[in-house]
Design a protein around this ligand. Structure first.
Ligand code: HEM
Length: 373
């Protein structure tokens, strides 16, 4: 189904998020790309890491002025909720790493616009490096100090916003991307909301489905953290869902009907799962395939050609809910497969932590070109 046929009503009275980008910074960054200034900007941005850091010296004045204005939390950010969200992330970290990594990460490959943009941008040629950079975003967001001066999320979000601005200028110059894209300019506010639903909304829904205990305040805090995150990525406040009910409705309207396989997405999924399989997760590739099918659906598994392993499928279907119940203190005796699931979850968490805790080794940098072909 083409994206055009599922253009949603969104919120009554609001502008149409499919036709909103990030005009001011898009213009600024396009100028930097065309003027050959991006490498120098990337060098200057390297030392800018913590939310409390001053803006680095050596930035072009237009960019420094813009960053000076956007670099901070919105007036509606609620410090108490953000602190609670950080604590919630810490309490549920293993589930979150698993769901973001294997759930949202693989789902991104069946969101056609995202898969094609990622594939045909410069970073698509090196998925290991790209996955590490994306981990940085998730890790910084999940950190206990994420929004505090000693945390790094605000800076990471601003750098991501600059990368997206560059991609909006660069991808329309790629003949490969143009040949497969149904948009003239990628990464609209609508697209970012779709991706948010594949991350925050999806993870929240799964935690509920899996009966992971969460208080109403936890759920609200988790939403709030994402509301601030997508604001920092340049989504207009009027488009940001106010409640989980609104987010779920928007997701059903704009994410679910859009999911579809693409040549690019299949290759990206294979890259990602191949990468994961190279690391010893204590499980077979068949188990990994079945876990992805369990988390995302058999339909998605079939689209991506994930080979079946029926024994592993049975183990996941019965063992995973029991594992969660035991872990959350709702089942007195460790169920069959406990150690397998436990090792798997820990290995995914380690993968996340090792890759992402050293952002200096994988700094987010503004691209200067596209994937050659
Ligand atoms: C880059 C996160 C939405 C396409 C990045 C980066 C991060 C990120 C952390 C920098 C890492 C890197 O350079 O590889 C997010 C988040 C989103 C979002 C959290 C929404 C909540 C989107 C959407 C699209 C998209 C909707 C396309 C439809 C890209 C592309 C790159 C990128 C093409 C550049 C890759 C490269 O060539 O280096 N994004 N993104 N993103 N993002 Fe997003």
């Amino acid at each position: 189904m083409s994206a055009a046929s599922v253009v949603p009503a969104w919120a009554a009275g609001a502008a149409d998020p499919w036709w909103v980008w990030d005009d001011e910074v898009d213009r600024l960054v396009a100028g930097l790309v065309d003027g050959g200034q991006v490498p120098a900007v990337n060098t200057a941005l390297r030392s800018w890491v913590n939310n409390g850091d001053p803006l680095p010296a050596g930035l072009p004045s237009g960019l420094a002025g813009w960053l000076g204005r956007v670099n901070g939390l919105p007036s509606w950010a609620d410090a108490a909720k953000l602190r609670r969200a950080a604590d919630f992330n810490r309490r549920k970290d293993t589930y979150l790493f698993m769901l973001y990594g294997l759930g949202s990460g693989i789902m991104s490959t069946v969101i056609p616009r995202e898969a094609r943009s990622v594939y045909w941008s410069a970073g698509g040629a090196n998925m290991q490096d790209r996955a590490a950079k994306t981990f940085t975003f998730g890790y910084d967001l999940s950190d206990l100090n994420a929004f505090e001066p000693s945390g790094q999320f605000v800076v990471t979000a601003n750098k991501t916003r600059l990368v997206h601005a560059a991609v909006r200028h660069l991808l329309p110059q790629s003949p490969h991307w143009r040949a497969v894209s149904d948009e003239q300019v990628p990464i609209s506010n609508g697209d970012i909301l779709v991706t948010f639903h594949s991350l925050g909304t999806f993870v929240h829904r799964k935690l509920r489905e899996w009966h992971v205990p969460m208080s109403a305040a936890d759920e609200e805090a988790f939403l709030h953290q994402w509301q601030v995150a997508i604001h920092l990525l340049g989504v207009r406040d009027e488009f940001i869902p106010k409640t989980w009910a609104e987010a779920d409705a928007q997701s059903a309207q704009v994410l679910t009907p859009l999911l579809a396989p693409t040549t690019e997405g299949k290759e990206l999924a294979e890259d990602l799962l191949g990468l994961t399989a190279q690391i010893d997760l204590g499980v077979t590739r068949g188990f990994l395939n079945e876990f992805v099918r369990y988390v995302l659906s058999d339909e998605v598994g079939d689209w991506l050609g994930l080979r079946r392993d029926y024994a592993a499928a049975a183990l996941v279907r019965t063992g995973w809910p029991a594992y969660i119940a035991f872990r959350e203190g709702l089942l007195p005796i460790a169920p069959a497969g406990f150690y397998l699931f436990d090792q798997f979850l820990r290995a995914i968490a380690m993968l996340f932590l090792n890759k992402a805790s050293s952002p200096a080794s994988t700094p987010i940098t503004i691209p200067t070109g596209n994937r050659p072909g």
